[in-house]
Design a protein around this ligand. Sequence first.
Ligand code: EPZ
Length: 433
Amino acid sequence: MTKYVIHGGRPLFGEIEISGAKNAAVAIIPAALLVDGVCRIENIPQISDVTLLLKILQELGADVRTVDRTTVDIDCTHIRNAKVPDGMARQIRASYYLIGALLGRFGSSQVPPPGGCHLGARPIDQHIKGFVAMGADVDVSGGYINARAQDGRLQGGQVYLDIVSVGATMNIMLAAVLAKGMTIIENAAKEPHIVDLANFLNSMGADIMGAGTDVIKIRGVDRLNGGAYSIIPDQIEAGTYMAAVAAAGGEVRIKNVIPKHLDCITAKLVEMGVEVEESDDSVLVRRDPNRRLNRTNVKTLPYPGFPTDMQPQIAVALCMAEGTSVITEGVWDSRYRYVDEIRRMGAKVQVDGKIAVIEGVDKLTGAPVQACDLRAGAAMVIAGLAAQGTTEVDCVHYIERGYEDIVRKLSGVGADIRVVVTPDEEKTQASVG
Ligand code: EPZ
């Protein structure tokens, strides 16, 4: 058992360097399956979802070499197997990208249903709709999602997504790059990681136009060649540290970011009374710890709207704002599981379906809490940093799925946060620098 112990109530000062984007990396790694030759992928975040995906590629027969802490070479040239072993693939959501990538490369794929955080129903019908539009038969049997191109190779097709889906947009792109002819995705998602996946594939020889708009056109090519590509910085990791400064106060420069990707988060924080100064590749976030935040309303939406993956973190900051704030979750059915935890710290939050009403309180107080999922876990860390007293955050493996070195990064800006490992009830303290 590993937990984080946080002595809160200290403002944060200093600099934090942002890692590569998780949700880009988890699509770009499977995309390497489509490439003939060696892909060098740089700025890879060191998080458990990435480690798992690299292991799955190795299990399939890929040659994966670590070049340095943030760079890997992946060579999938000799893979002949389109069946993903059960086990690891079920632990992460992004294993669904293996369906599109293997189907695109081999004309067939067998992949276990994906896992991931519990955010309510997480269907993949729109992914399947896309594969079917490209001439695939898809069924679920024997614990696998089985997809097969009717003629051994997918044909370009046209798909209108009924719902704006990040995963479906990227999965259909993966399947389409080696298909015969043109594929058109309408009502596509526009998140920065969609553009990043398209840039990765184009740099390897694909022909994708319109990524970042709601119509993406993919002209199939016969092969992709190896090359090198650097993943964009993580918008949500950056936003999480911005929310931490908003909640705890202080002044932190958040480095290695694309400020444009943060606009949707910056705008909300500014409304809340946080100062944000943008530079070329960093943002300086400042909040006077002696002044309370302003209340606001937040509605999560697909990009460029306010990201659902920042909803718990901003909600925690609003728990200490002056006045009542309303949050509307516009993407997931069930993303308020953290509310019971934050109430243990003195927050006043009422949830009704997709709406949470937050009555700001003067202060939160430390308590033992759980990370219910990745972003909820990050929110508990933020709450702990801002709260008076000691907070113990349990189930931190969820947090480590998506945040590289969160404890070291926060310690670096003055947070009092430690990792505590508890084998058989006996506490052993590990230093975290
Ligand atoms: C991605 O999930 C991210 N995960 C999520 O981040 C993020 O919350 C989400 O996009 C929205 O931004 C990864 O990139 C691995 P969707 P994804 O398909 O692609 C419905 C995090 O914390 N839908 O855009 O699975 C769905 O139920 C994680 O980093 C269908 O109905 O999300 C949801 O309501 C959590 N049918 C909405 O669309 C489908 O076939 C958006 O889901 C697909 C989705």
